[in-house]
Design a protein around this ligand. Structure first.
Ligand code: MRU
Length: 346
């Protein structure tokens, strides 16, 4: 099942509602901008590359609904729509990256008529998705060169096909390996508070026939100490120019543990997740989410006193010194990251 697609009438975007997984595989169609914003905010569609692809599809659908009699009005409404979608989540740079790409198409073709620009926007959104499939495949190939048959791999959150287009980033080498008869023993952190590891990673890997074992986040140290882990594979939401990397909350802890146990810690992501505007991780804005996600969501009854304070940052930043390598579609970056990352864009 495709996790981001156009509806048959091209008046909406169809996604797998990830909040219902693993219990129900249901697609939903979003036709209004409010529904689209809500789908990103509520994590019905999630994962850095997937929200970029989704946002570009949404902007095309919204562009089609604009009734303007001149290009300037058309572009100013399109820009307002893009800004609104972009405000749904702040950390994953792929969201603003994809929307900027779409806007650029409109702004640099002002000499064309509105119908032509709409066609170009369609093409751009499809290109963004097609390129992501190719990037994930290339990332997976590079990643596969880092591990061998039978290795134990620990992963955090979900960086699989659901979070991208196909294959995924951090899960890509594992899924590609399975296609080629190479097998790994994967330990998936459940990933509190929204359980992307339990609900999505273990679901995707189990379905693909991977030997996957789900663990609670606080068991990672023990499986590392017991010698069960040869490498840690995680995705990313924004990588700064010096290699500092924002990813799902809890990733930093995994990286610190990996350093302690001398286990390589690999970050996987397309170059669209690298933000050279952020010099270091201190420049990355971290999304703070509703306290109820810790106290109430996913449980039948509240798990803490109603009035108790909760702190719910959705991401943390792993210092580049803890990262063994950053794997992109263009190749594997090793320290010093300031130069190896810069070389990707030369
Ligand atoms: O809050 P989420 O579920 O969108 O967080 C997602 C992650 O942190 C992923 O690891 C990251 O986006 C990489 S997806 C290929």
């Amino acid at each position: 099942m495709d996790n981001v697609a156009f509806s048959t009438k091209m008046d909406g975007v169809v996604i797998i509602d990830q909040t219902l997984l693993p219990n129900e595989e249901r697609t939903i169609t979003l036709t209004t901008i409010e529904e689209m914003y809500d789908a990103i905010y509520k994590l019905r569609v999630r994962g850095a590359p997937a929200i970029g692809i989704f946002a570009s599809f949404c902007l095309y659908v919204l562009a089609n609904k604009i009734e303007a009699d001149n290009i300037d009005t058309f572009i100013s409404i399109l820009k307002k729509d893009a800004d609104y979608l972009n405000s749904s989540r702040p950390t994953a740079v792929n969201l603003s990256w994809a929307l900027s790409r779409m806007l650029k198409v409109a702004e640099s073709n002002k000499n064309c008529n509105i119908a032509e620009i709409k066609q170009m926007l369609y093409k751009e959104s499809v290109d963004i998705k097609t390129e992501d499939i190719a990037m994930c495949k290339a990332i997976s190939e590079h990643g596969l060169s880092l591990i061998k048959d039978g290795d134990g791999i620990l992963t955090h959150c979900n960086a699989g096909p659901l979070a991208t287009s196909k294959y995924g980033t951090a899960l890509g080498p594992i899924l590609l390996g399975v296609e080629r008869g190479i097998n790994f023993k994967v330990f998936a952190d459940e990933t509190r508070p929204l359980l992307q590891g339990a609900r999505l990673t273990s679901y995707e890997l189990y379905k693909a026939g991977v030997d996957v074992t789900l663990i609670c986040d606080n068991m990672a140290a023990m499986v590392m100490k017991d010698g069960k882990i040869n490498a840690c594979f995680v995705g990313c939401d924004r990588v700064a120019a010096n290699g500092d990397t924002a990813n799902k909350i809890g990733t930093l802890g995994v990286a610190i543990l990996a350093k302690h146990y001398n286990i390589p810690f690999y970050v996987f992501g397309p170059t669209s997740t690298i933000d050279l505007e952020c010099k270091t991780g201190n420049d990355i804005k971290i999304e703070l989410r509703d306290q109820q996600e810790i106290k109430n969501n996913l449980f039948e009854k509240p798990t803490a006193p109603e009035g108790v304070k909760c702190y719910n940052p959705s991401f943390d930043v792993t210092d580049h010194s803890l990262i063994t390598a950053i794997i992109t579609q263009k190749g594997i970056c090793r320290p010093p990251y300031t130069s190896s990352i810069a070389a990707l864009f030369e």
